[in-house]
Design a binder for this molecule. Structure first.
Ligand code: NDP
Length: 332
């Protein structure tokens, strides 16, 4: 059995170029005791993968040059030498960026049986959905009626964060990059503010116009001007959940932090970073609260789908150009 997979052979400087990614092919070794072979049907591409390309250990190991890239995927077991799995089982695992994965069974989990499409377990009911839930409930300790600001608000994490926040009342404002995304946010009852072509000062004024009382919670996905503008619009006692800073992931030299960091002091605010996997014990609670709302259509989760394994690098690169609305996925 052949497996086709993507590798990188160098560490990118700045925004990766398409030719960084090589599509390779190899014959898989015979299946060992305890292993399963999976034909992937959906691949996830995520912003955190950019950090894994730098050859540096952060909260996760870097990708190894010349080895298959990794990422979340769902697929179907096509061969098993593990008693937990049989042919035809639908599973989720980290052997993405390839069409056929072969893994030890303890690195594979059966998909839950909610009435949702299987790719939902890569987005709304997977890591991004759990991130939105953890960031709001555990890190920002959002309370009913809080005013909430979310950046990258129509992406995989942001589009769920705004809906979760909206359900608890208060004014919810989302920052996003283009008109289609702003329209979608408004269709959800979210006040939408564009950041494109504005500096922090203008963005700050636009946020003030959208929510003059200021924000109790800022769900940070972007950094840079969004953070500076958000700091100017905090209420006393605000909580900032630092989920991501995508505007910085391709920086080649460190950029200056916001000049108004003293707003944390002035507004007696708390700012806390988090990595969702440190809080994975909440995934079960999240599924219990969320899966039926997703299955009933109450949660309007968005997907952007690229078709074919060959499109995986393009799908990944589009994350940094705003080319996705909701979860960016590759369908095989
Ligand atoms: P998204 O689906 O939100 O895709 C990324 C979006 O970011 C783009 O669509 C784009 O939207 C926006 N963006 C890209 N570059 C910039 C820029 N320079 N300035 C402003 N906006 C930009 O991705 P995810 O939902 O998967 O991830 C969102 C954030 O959450 C990322 O920072 C990611 O690293 C982080 N994350 C953190 C986790 C954790 O455990 N801490 C777990 C999962 C994600 P637009 O058109 O609006 O510009």
């Amino acid at each position: 059995m052949q497996s086709r997979y993507f590798t990188i052979h160098d560490h990118p400087q700045g925004m990766p170029k398409r030719d960084l990614f090589k599509l390779e092919e190899r014959e898989l070794p015979e299946l060992q005791d305890g292993e399963v072979r999976i034909r992937n049907s959906w691949l996830s591409v995520d912003p955190y993968m950019r950090g894994r390309m730098d050859g540096v250990t952060t909260y996760i190991d870097p990708f190894e040059l010349g080895k298959p890239l990794e990422g979340a995927a769902v697929g179907e077991v096509i061969e098993s030498r593990n008693s937990r799995f049989k042919e035809g089982d639908k599973v989720r695992h980290m052997g993405g960026w390839r069409d056929v994965a072969q893994l030890p069974g303890d690195q594979v989990e059966a998909l839950p049986e909610f009435d949702v499409p299987e790719q939902a377990y890569l987005g709304v009911l997977g890591m991004p959905g759990t991130t939105a839930w953890v960031g709001l409930n555990i890190i920002a300790e959002m309370k009913d009626g809080d005013n909430v600001l979310v950046s990258a608000a129509s992406g995989a994490v942001g589009s769920l964060a705004v809906q979760l926040a909206k359900a608890k009342g208060g004014t919810v404002v989302g920052i996003a990059g283009d008109q289609k995304k702003l329209d979608w946010l408004e269709s959800q009852g979210i006040k939408a503010v564009s950041y494109k072509g504005k500096g922090a000062k203008q963005l700050s004024e636009d946020l003030k116009a959208a929510c003059p009382e200021g924000f109790d919670v800022y769900f940070e996905n972007v950094g840079g001007d969004c953070l500076e503008a958000a700091l100017n619009n905090l209420r006393v006692g605000a909580r900032i959940a630092v989920c991501g800073m995508i505007s910085r992931y391709n920086d080649q030299t460190p950029s200056a932090g916001p000049g108004n960091l003293a707003m944390i002091l002035i507004r007696r605010a708390r700012m806390q970073g988090f990595i969702v996997f440190d809080h994975w014990e909440h995934h079960g609670d999240f599924l219990k609260e969320f899966a039926s709302r997703v299955a009933s259509g109450e949660i309007d989760y968005q997907e952007t789908v690229e078709e074919g394994l060959e499109q995986t690098p393009d799908a990944f690169l589009k994350l940094f150009e705003g080319g996705n609305q909701g979860k960016m996925l590759v369908k095989l």
